[in-house]
Ligand binder design. Structure first.
Ligand code: MN
Length: 211
């Protein structure tokens, strides 16, 4: 079964004024869709790989034939990374995390303010196209990392619970070269309740939304 572009849980203008409607529309209906289409094209004629969860493919790229490995890494990564990005955003969100994720962030980073500074720094300093992430590492601890292009933390054995797209296509229409302004605005649309659910779910990060 082909991988599907997930439907957003909110309208394209729901993240205004922090992320503008035009950006969300193009980002979802063009950029994200292209990754999904190219991911499916890469898996064409590969029923065994098509039967695998996309997250499992990305977590086990060594099992993907070399001829399509780069296409799967880039486009499968792009497909699932964006699914998580949309999943953890929402209108009427932002603020400080509560619940278990709030406690874990306080314990691991010394408080939300320090966490926010660290995540923002990762997002601003990721050179070129890429992502900043809040992940659960192999020891079960929270960690902030960044990756280039569409590389997923899953390929490093880390489970992402928050995806922060810092490709220019995520912000350029509204913020142009001012990535730090987009980074600050992003914190106003993080749906921490969803991040909390993902943190606690002993399952793949996008279950239910896209697979
Ligand atoms: Mn993107």
């Amino acid at each position: 079964m082909a991988y599907q572009l997930p439907t957003l849980k909110y309208a394209y203008d729901a993240l205004e004024p922090f992320i503008d409607a035009r950006t969300v529309e193009i980002h979802h209906s063009k950029h994200h869709k292209t990754y999904v289409d190219r991911f499916n094209a890469a898996l064409d004629g590969q029923p065994a790989l098509q039967a695998m969860k996309p997250e499992d493919l990305i977590a086990n790229l060594d099992k993907v034939p070399e001829a399509i490995r780069t296409a799967v890494r880039n486009n499968g990564g792009g497909a699932i990374n964006h699914s998580l990005y949309w999943d953890i955003l929402g209108p009427g969100a932002g603020g400080e995390p509560k619940g278990k994720i709030g406690e874990a962030i306080a314990a691991e980073f010394g408080g939300f303010k320090a966490f926010k500074e660290k995540l923002a720094d990762a997002a601003v300093t990721q050179f070129g196209s890429g992502w900043a992430w809040l992940v659960v590492n192999k020891e079960g601890k929270l960690e902030i990392i960044k990756t280039a292009n569409q590389d997923s933390p899953l390929s490093m054995g880390k489970r992402p619970v928050l995806a922060f797209d810092v490709w220019e296509h995520a912000y350029y229409l509204k913020y142009q070269n001012r990535r730090p302004e987009y980074v600050e605005a992003f914190f106003s649309v993080i749906n921490w309740r969803r991040v909390d659910e993902l943190y606690w779910a002993d399952q793949k990060p996008c279950s239910g939304c896209c697979c």
